[in-house]
Each structure stands twice: as structure tokens, then as C-alpha cells.
Design a protein around this ligand. Structure first.
Ligand code: ADP
Ligand code: MG
Length: 462
């Protein structure tokens, strides 16, 4: 867990923050409920507790599938070298960091002119429906949610830029609006602008064509928080990226919050210039993953509740288990079912839901896979007795099928690690994580293992 955590943190923050604060930590203890690390002095402990606890707990949740509290113990190792502000003052190292904005410089004072005052009425484009209160938190989005909240309560002070990435329909846009809405709530004077990168590109191109880049720059210089959605669509035109680079720097140096989203990591966006890439990587990179079944059910419940509609539990669980990746699609199915029932004046039933899901091309035949299904197909395949799964036996002919079954429980049925541990005769969740990771690795390396898994998955889906 610790190694995975280090990797994830490293991936998500700038080199400076990672080296100064996280790398020196010493992992001390992991239990079912917490992870304890040692810090070399009280200053580090306090700083981490104040700045990073919720974000770190979010990361741990996405790694382990459970909620672990992050505890820090002061080890009082060396008191003489306090890393005061080392995250900010560590000299900018290495090649690609040489382009880093000068984070150490005090914010550049904006000298406002009369004219600027007329540009106060920027449309924020914020959708009032997308707020934190309507966002359901699960292990798949806990990290991004924590980061978003931190930015919302401390714009330009917590993480800048904040880069949210993840697949289609997983809540990136919702979270970004939520940040904007929250900032506006806390301080109505804040000027916030939400814009898609396509629209942004168009504005740039127009201003270049009409030779009024000055007006463009003025408008953007005046913003306190710039939110740019789906940056992967930023046009691969030199002038566009040049102008965006300029906008980014102006805002960043003026200590303004920048929030960006994308369907992938900056380094995976081929059309992005290197200098922009390194800018994006200098803040916090927060990912959103596909929601587990529990979260999908919670999202549907919340939606029904907010609209005062009562939907039988079996309908909710059918919809949530039939569509497992995209929340937008889940909502689409829900809306169709509700609309159809209300149009026909009929109650919302499982049969109605099935019909609509089938019409949408979502096979409801993949019903929820149970623990028993998994034990059944795995024991059949390996020709071992079901009871063997629950014993303490560690011989290879039992241990391997058991690990496969644990993997399937996680992958096919979405059970949490602790729950899988319970199923298998009260094993610790770390054992389950270990088994899961071992199989993930083996699938990549061993074609036989891959074949086995493919066969079992097919069998389970039938
Ligand atoms: P993305 O921008 O990642 O493609 P969106 O933010 O547009 O996804 O989300 C798609 C839909 O799913 C939106 O209606 C949004 O409100 C909803 N949604 C996504 N994640 C959640 C969540 N965690 N809780 C509640 N609704 C969510
Ligand atoms: Mg979006």
C-alpha cells in the first residue's frame, strides 16, 4: 500500500512537494482502519495534517478500496533542519522544471485602470445544479473531491493549478462547477469563468483574426478563477497554445486559481506543447475512476430523492448494475424510466426498467454476479472442493484458485477488499489486495493465466 501510495502521490504532485514532504515519511503501521506514518518533526506533521490529510485519505481510498485514516506521528528525528516552506523555496531543479512559474514570487499586483472596471460583468457560465451537495462521494472520486473542496475553500492557496482527469461521464465537469459555485458562495466578488477548451480556442482564434488580442487578454487578466474543461481539445495550433500559455502565466503569477480537466494525464495529451504540460504537472493532478456498484446505487438514490420520486430498490440496483462505467448513461436510463412511467401513468417496475434498458442496448442479462457464482465457476474450473477456499491451506493448488476467486470478486462483483476478506474465512484485507495485485500482474505476464480469467469471466457473464 505504501509503495502504491508513494507512486500515486508522486504522479499527482510536483517533484518539490513530493521530495520535501512525502518521500521522507516513514511508514509505521497499517490496520483495517488507519495508516500511520512517522514524520521527522512536529512542523512536518502539522503541515501535512493541515494541507494534505483529506487528499491523502482520498488517495488511500482509491488504492485500497476502503477508508483508511491517515495518522502522523512526530518522530523528532532532526530538529535543526526545519523544512520551512521548502515546498515553495526548493530551488527549481531539473530540465523540465526550469519552466516552472516562479511560485516564490509574491503575487503581481494588478494595476486596474478605469477601463478594467467595465469588464466586471464576465458571465461565469456556472451551472447552479452542479454543487458539492449533489455530488456523491465514493472511493472512485474521493481524492478528486477532497482536492476540489480544498481548492474551493482556499482558491490559489491550496493547489494551483488543479488538474482533474478521468473518463467520460465520471463527474469532472460537475466537480469543476462545484468548485466555482462554492468560491462564488464564499465571496460573491470573485470573478469566475467556466469555459470549454473548444470555446476558449475559438475566442483566441477570433481575437487573433480580428487583431484584438488586447481585449482578450484584458478579459482574462481580470478573472480570479479560470476553469477550463476538456483541455485535450485545445487546438494544436501554435498561436492558440502560445496565447493560452500567456493567459496561464498571467493568471498564475497574479495568484489566481486555475482549474483544468481532461480525459487523461497531461503527458498523455499528444497535442499539448511541452511547456504547457509541465505547467499543468506543477500543481495537483487528481484522478476520477469508474464508480463501484455501491456508489452507482448511491448516485441514483440521491437523484431520486432530490426529485422526490420513489423508485423500488430492485429497479435502482438493476440500473446500477447494468451500466457500470458512465454516470451520464446511468442518469440517462433513470430519466427515461421515470419519464416513461409518468407518461403512461404506470408505476416504476422492474419489468418496465428491463424493457427500457434493453431498448437502450444495455444488456440486463449481466445480472449482479454473486460470491456464490464466483466460488462455483472457480471450483468447477480448478476441480477443487468449495470448502478448500475457506481453509488456511496455502499449497499452490489451492492458493492460486483462491487468489483468482478473490480477483473475480473485486473485478466482477465490485466487493470491497475487507468484504472479500470476510467471505474467504476472515482473511485480512491486505491479503486480498496482495492476491488481487498478483493476479493483475500475472494476467499481463502469463498467457495461461489470462486465458483462465477470460474463460471464467465469460462463464460468469452467462
Ligand atoms: P464528465 O465531465 O467527467 O464527462 P460530468 O461531470 O458531466 O462528467 O458528469 C456526468 C453526469 O453524471 C452529470 O449529470 C453529473 O451530475 C453526474 N455525476 C457524475 N458524478 C457524480 C457523482 N459523484 N455524484 C452525483 N452525480 C454525478
Ligand atoms: Mg465534462
Amino acid at each position: 500500500v505504501w509503495v502504491k501510495f508513494l507512486e500515486k502521490f508522486h504522479e499527482s504532485t510536483s517533484e518539490n512537494v513530493y521530495n520535501a514532504w512525502i518521500k521522507p515519511l516513514i511508514p509505521l503501521e497499517i490496520t483495517d482502519t488507519y495508516l500511520k506514518v512517522g514524520a521527522k518533526n512536529n512542523f512536518t506533521k502539522k503541515w501535512l495534517e493541515e494541507t494534505y490529510t483529506t487528499v491523502i485519505e482520498g488517495m488511500l481510498a482509491s488504492i485500497t478500496g476502503t477508508n483508511l485514516q491517515f495518522k502522523i506521528e512526530n518522530l523528532d528525528l532532526k530538529t535543526e533542519e526545519l523544512p520551512i516552506n521548502s515546498a515553495e523555496t526548493t530551488p527549481v531543479q531539473t530540465e523540465n522544471r526550469s519552466l516552472l512559474p516562479e511560485a516564490v514570487l509574491p503575487p503581481v499586483k494588478n494595476s486596474f485602470t478605469q477601463q478594467d472596471l467595465f469588464e466586471d460583468d464576465i458571465q461565469s457560465n456556472l451551472n447552479p445544479k452542479y454543487i458539492f451537495e449533489t455530488f456523491v462521494i465514493g472511493n472512485s472520486n474521493r481524492f478528486a473531491y477532497a482536492a476540489a473542496q480544498a481548492v474551493a475553500s482556499n482558491p490559489a492557496k491550496a493547489y494551483n493549478p488543479l488538474f482533474i482527469y478521468g473518463g467520460v461521464g465520471l463527474g469532472k465537469t460537475h466537480l469543476m462547477h462545484a468548485i466555482g459555485n462554492q468560491i462564488k458562495m464564499n465571496d460573491s466578488k470573485m470573478k469566475i469563468l467556466y469555459i470549454s477548451s473548444e470555446k476558449f480556442t475559438n475566442e483566441i482564434i477570433n481575437s487573433i483574426q480580428n487583431k484584438n488580442t488586447d481585449a482578450f487578454r484584458k478579459k482574462y487578466r481580470n478573472i480570479d478563477c479560470l476553469i477550463i474543461d476538456d483541455i485535450q481539445f485545445l487546438k494544436n495550433k501554435e498561436m492558440t497554445q502560445e496565447e493560452f500559455f500567456h493567459t496561464f502565466n498571467t493568471l498564475y503569477e497574479a495568484n489566481k486559481q486555475i482549474i483544468i480537466s481532461s480525459d487523461r494525464l497531461p503527458r498523455e495529451i499528444e497535442t499539448l506543447e511541452d511547456r504547457l504540460r509541465s505547467r499543468f504537472e506543477s500543481g495537483l493532478l487528481a484522478d476520477i475512476q469508474s464508480p463501484d456498484l455501491e456508489t452507482r446505487i448511491a448516485i441514483l438514490r440521491k437523484k431520486a430523492e432530490s426529485e422526490n420520486i420513489s423508485i423500488p430498490h430492485d429497479v435502482i440496483s438493476l440500473v446500477a448494475s447494468s451500466i457500470d462505467t458512465n454516470i451520464r448513461e446511468i442518469e440517462g436510463a433513470y430519466t427515461k424510466i421515470v419519464a416513461y412511467a409518468s407518461l403512461m401513468g404506470s408505476p416504476i417496475t422492474i419489468d418496465l426498467a428491463k424493457k427500457i434498458l434493453d431498448a437502450m442496448g444495455t444488456s440486463t442479462k449481466n445480472k449482479q454476479i454473486t460470491f456464490d457464482d464466483i466460488i462455483q465457476v472457480t471450483s468447477d474450473y480448478f476441480k477443487i472442493k468449495k470448502e478448500e477456499f475457506f481453509t488456511k491451506k496455502r499449497t499452490q493448488n489451492i492458493a492460486y484458485p483462491r487468489q483468482i476467486a478473490m480477483y473475480l470478486c473485486r473485478e466482477m462483483a465490485d466487493f470491497s477488499y475487507p468484504r472479500i476478506g470476510e467471505f474467504f474465512g476472515g482473511r485480512d484485507h491486505t491479503t486480498v489486495i496482495h492476491a488481487y495485485e498478483k493476479i493483475v500482474k500475472k494476467i499481463k505476464e502469463d498467457p495461461n493465466c489470462e486465458k483462465t480469467i477470460t474463460y471464467l469471466v465469460d462463464k460468469l457473464k452467462q
